[in-house]
Design a protein around this ligand. Structure first.
Ligand code: AGP
Length: 591
């Protein structure tokens, strides 16, 4: 949620910032802006709109200066407007700040500052920061000292960058519970929420701990701790394969990411069997195992719960991360908490994990982004290795999360290698399912584009795929969709079925087939339009999405892929941008 970028060096800064904002747009895309220091002037340009619109409208490319910061916003405090766009400034227009996170005590700070005569021009929580800095600078502090001095007054989470006319030639950055990473290329310095933003210029990066402050100046860079003591840092190499963010020949990142799933699945052979066996043993030995996640990652966890039970005979609970805190009382040192998150920075997940860690639980995380906040909090980390996922709707990361749960479950019965072999074979099935259904799904999307509701049903291990299929449809097509266990339908939702209502029935020819089909027949009797997702055809389907016959524990992986593609094509036929759905952002760093 919100992407921030700063550059200080020898190059014209704003073109670097513009390129970075394009890369960071997945973090928020309702407003954008830049601030540049040049010849004793602080130039701020910002507006509501997508990054490209703001770049064009304000002719950002022409802004001079070698020191600049930029921001792409996902609104939390204050509506989507030019005034609420970042960077924010102080009363005299001498300080500029970009921020990702939430300042929880912003109301109190705003009141105190207003009482001292400060004038606010936005509704944002962020604006208290430049005003606090203004007071410190007026007291003769450097910008570095000013940031150090105001940080303890700010409650909440933040990654922020500041620059000032009173201390020109430098950018000061700090963070607490939000990501911030520095890139170094000789005397060119970059700082951003995501290394993706500057990975085209440098592969040398340095991380920042919570409450540390970094000073990027034209003559060098240094880090200090919260007390202002210098901290020595070693640069490390960025994994460039992870940082690629090119759409290639595809129209959208989402389509590219759906299409590369067979390829990313084949990387499963790179997983470390020894580590999986050790983690599986920890899971088996634990008094209780709780999986926590949000959205798509939680649906992967629900499939994992079936796999753990069926294969490892180990029951685990899956708790929505935003609700996890309410169960914190029962977490102790005999608990294993498995946190699943593509981004590794989802605030609800991070908060739950912190509480669980404090309670003595062992934390295992399943993440995609390397070096995220979640990985730092975990005792063991399993990486998805599926490369950067840019589209807001998760696709390939979900498939890899399922594969990881499959490997963990089979590691519980000492069968890691066999599981890797089965998953490797599945890559061909993923390619087949896309080839078989592409043209049928395009036709189906035309037929369904004007529908206002859709229901997805399945049973057993496939149930979570119904929920995931529905989530994909609603988030990128804005069609109301619900996924549920097929047996649950008759307990209420059946009342909503009318002639023509689409019901997607995930009923592979496994132990769930007969009962799921019978629930589908109940909807058909009320006029539903049945879309069967199965390896077995049936007279009751109005449309058949054919999937290959696979081992029954692997059906979720082949069934989800055409549902992702169906949601994509419906979004396109409804004129929606699948990569940037309204109101959403890829990383949800607020609670
Ligand atoms: C997926 O399509 C969604 N955009 C969303 O539900 C996402 O899965 C959720 O916000 C969790 O994100 P994470 O995996 O990065 O923690």
């Amino acid at each position: 949620m919100c992407g921030i970028i700063g550059y200080c060096g020898r190059k014209p800064a704003v073109p670097v910032i513009i390129e970075a904002l394009r890369c960071l747009e997945y973090r928020g895309y309702d407003s954008a802006g830049v601030a540049s220091l040049c010849d004793g002037e602080l130039l701020i340009r910002k507006d509501a709109g997508k990054v490209e619109e703001v770049i064009q409208k304000h002719e950002l490319a022409g802004l001079p200066g070698n020191v600049a910061i930029g921001h792409t916003r996902w609104a939390t405090h204050g509506g989507v407007s030019q005034l609420n766009a970042h960077p924010h400034s102080d009363c005299g227009g001498r300080v500029a700040v970009v921020h990702n996170g939430i300042i929880e005590n912003n109301q109190e700070l705003r009141q105190e500052l207003t009482a001292r005569g400060h004038r606010f021009s936005s509704e944002t929580d962020t604006e208290v920061i430049p005003h606090l800095l203004e007071d410190e600078l007026k007291n003769g502090r450097s910008l570095e000292q000013a940031v150090l001095s105001i940080a303890p007054k700010i409650e909440g989470s933040y990654a922020l960058l500041a620059l000032s006319l009173d201390d020109p030639g430098r950018i000061i950055g700090t963070r607490k519970n939000n990501p911030l990473i520095v890139g170094i290329d000789d005397h060119d310095y970059y700082i951003s929420s995501d290394a993706l933003a500057f990975s085209q210029y440098t592969g040398q990066v340095m991380g920042l701990e919570d409450n540390e402050v970094v000073v990027l100046a034209q003559g060098g860079i240094h880090f200090v701790d919260a007390r202002g003591n210098r901290v020595a840092k070693q640069a490390r190499k960025l994994d460039h394969s992870w940082a690629v963010s090119d759409k290639g020949a595809y129209q959208h990142f989402m389509l590219k990411e759906i299409m590369e799933q067979a390829q990313v699945l084949s990387r499963i052979v790179e997983q470390d069997g020894k580590m999986f066996t050790e983690i599986a043993l920890d899971i088996l030995r634990a008094r209780q195992v709780i999986v926590t996640a949000c959205g798509t990652s939680r649906y992967a966890a629900l499939v994992g719960r079936y796999l753990f039970s069926r294969v490892g005979k180990k029951f685990c609970d899956v708790v929505m991360a935003s609700e996890f805190g309410y169960f914190a009382d029962s977490v102790d040192k005999n608990t294993v908490v498995i946190a699943v998150s593509q981004s590794g920075e989802t605030a609800d997940v991070v908060e739950g994990v912190k509480a669980a860690r404090e309670a003595g639980a062992q934390i295992i995380s399943i993440v995609n982004r390397p070096n995220s906040i979640l990985t730092d909090l975990s005792h063991r980390v399993i990486y998805l290795n599926c490369g950067s996922e840019i589209a807001v709707a998760a696709t390939k990361s979900f498939l890899c999360q399922l594969a990881i749960f499959y490997l963990l479950a089979f590691s519980m019965v000492n069968s890691f290698d066999a599981a890797v072999a089965r998953l490797s074979d599945l890559a061909g099935d993923i390619t087949r399912v896309l080839d078989w259904n592409k043209s049928e799904l395009i036709k189906l999307s035309d037929r369904l584009q004007d529908k206002t509701d859709a229901y997805y049903i399945a049973r057993g291990i496939n149930f979570a795929i119904a929920s995931e299929g529905a989530l994909k449809l609603k988030e990128i097509s804005y069609v109301h969709a619900e996924g549920m266990p097929a047996g649950e339908l008759k307990h209420g939702t059946l009342a909503l079925i009318e002639p023509g209502t689409p019901v997607v029935v995930i009923c592979p020819a496994d132990y769930t087939f007969a009962e799921t089909l019978s629930n589908a027949i109940e909807t058909r009797s009320r006029g539903a339009y049945i879309i069967g997702v199965s390896d077995r055809d049936s007279d009751i389907y109005d449309s058949w999405i054919r999937i290959p016959e696979v081992d029954e524990l692997l059906y979720p992986m082949v069934a989800v892929v055409p549902l992702q593609l169906l949601a994509y094509y419906i979004a396109i036929s409804r004129g929606c941008d699948p990569d940037k759905p309204r109101n959403l952002a890829k990383s949800v760093t607020v609670k």
